[in-house]
Design a protein around this ligand. Structure first.
Ligand code: HSE
Length: 292
């Protein structure tokens, strides 16, 4: 008997919260199916939805996540897993995180829930380590816990689901070029000038307060990133034009989704979100770059 879990795409960083803030979308998402097998070890019997993903359990995030859970629980039996991808890899939508989160959730349910959902974040982070060389939690935590999630600290891990009480809509545009997280992390400077740091933590605190105080004006003033966006946006064709178009169409803010190339914009109503989507798409029309 297979257990099936779905985990959604996520938008990490949310402008000013590099590696510490993310939120879950409703869709797209990935499915992982899991069932016990008598013999030890992990078998990945199907990978569908995208081309070229390995079914080797040591090279696919779902295998790595599941193996770590089996090892920590000292279980002798093995697992058969299937992965059905609902989104492209290298899109900036937390694709590897959704697979890792779905794997952790499915295996946990199959085994009778030995771990809390918060504990599963640590296992899903192992998938991120494999996929990008860095075990960040700002995609896996919202993919597992839903809504906006703050990663207050990594050592020890302190994950705070924010339970944001206001309506927010996300328009997310995926320009169909592949951008590996490992590459868009490798180009970042390792030092932050004090002035820029002050702006960034002011904005992150402002965003937190705005989300929890239901203050759209404060959210609008806070959705900025003057540290990473200038370094990374050069990898995304027409980024500046898309951002300008989204803001002109009424977005509260607009930025790179995770490590890109997807671009997200937040707005207070479904109507504005739809206008933003149209405005963003228009920028790429005729550019030779397909969008979703
Ligand atoms: N916070 C991570 C980064 C998210 O920006 O590199 C990657 O999906």
């Amino acid at each position: 008997q297979f257990v099936k879990a779905y985990a959604p795409a996520t938008v990490a960083n949310v402008c000013c919260g590099f590696d510490v803030l993310g939120f879950a979308l409703d869709a797209p998402g990935d499915e992982v199916w899991a069932r016990k097998k008598e013999t030890p070890g992990i078998l990945i019997s199907a990978v569908t939805g995208v081309e070229g993903l390995s079914a080797d359990p040591t090279l696919n995030v779902i295998g790595v996540v599941a193996q770590k859970m089996l090892t920590d629980l000292n279980l002798e039996h093995g697992l058969e897993l299937q992965l059905h991808k609902g989104m492209p890899v290298g899109s900036g939508l937390g694709s590897s995180a959704a697979s890792s989160a779905a794997a952790a959730f499915a295996v946990n349910a199959l085994l009778g829930n030995p771990f809390t959902t918060q504990e599963l974040v640590v296992y899903a982070m192992e998938g991120e380590r494999l996929a990008s060389g860095s075990a960040h939690a700002d995609n896996v935590a919202p993919s597992l816990l839903g809504g906006f999630v703050l990663v207050r600290g990594y050592d020890p891990l302190d994950v705070i689901p924010l339970g944001v009480p206001l309506d927010l809509y996300a328009s997310v545009l995926y320009p169909q070029i592949e951008l590996k997280t490992s590459l868009s992390r490798s180009i970042l400077k390792q030092e932050i000038p004090l002035k820029k740091g002050i702006k960034q933590w002011g904005n992150l605190a402002g965003l937190m307060a705005g989300l929890l105080m239901k203050d759209y004006g404060l959210i609008r003033r806070s959705l900025h990133d003057e540290i990473f966006e200038p370094e990374r946006s050069v990898l995304i064709p027409l980024f500046k034009q898309v951002k300008d178009a989204a803001l002109k169409a009424g977005a509260l803010g607009c930025g790179i989704s995770g490590s890109g190339p997807s671009i997200f914009a937040l707005s207070p109503s479904a109507e504005v979100a739809h206008d933003i989507k149209n405005a963003m798409e228009k920028v790429y029309a005729g550019s030779g770059i397909e969008t979703k």
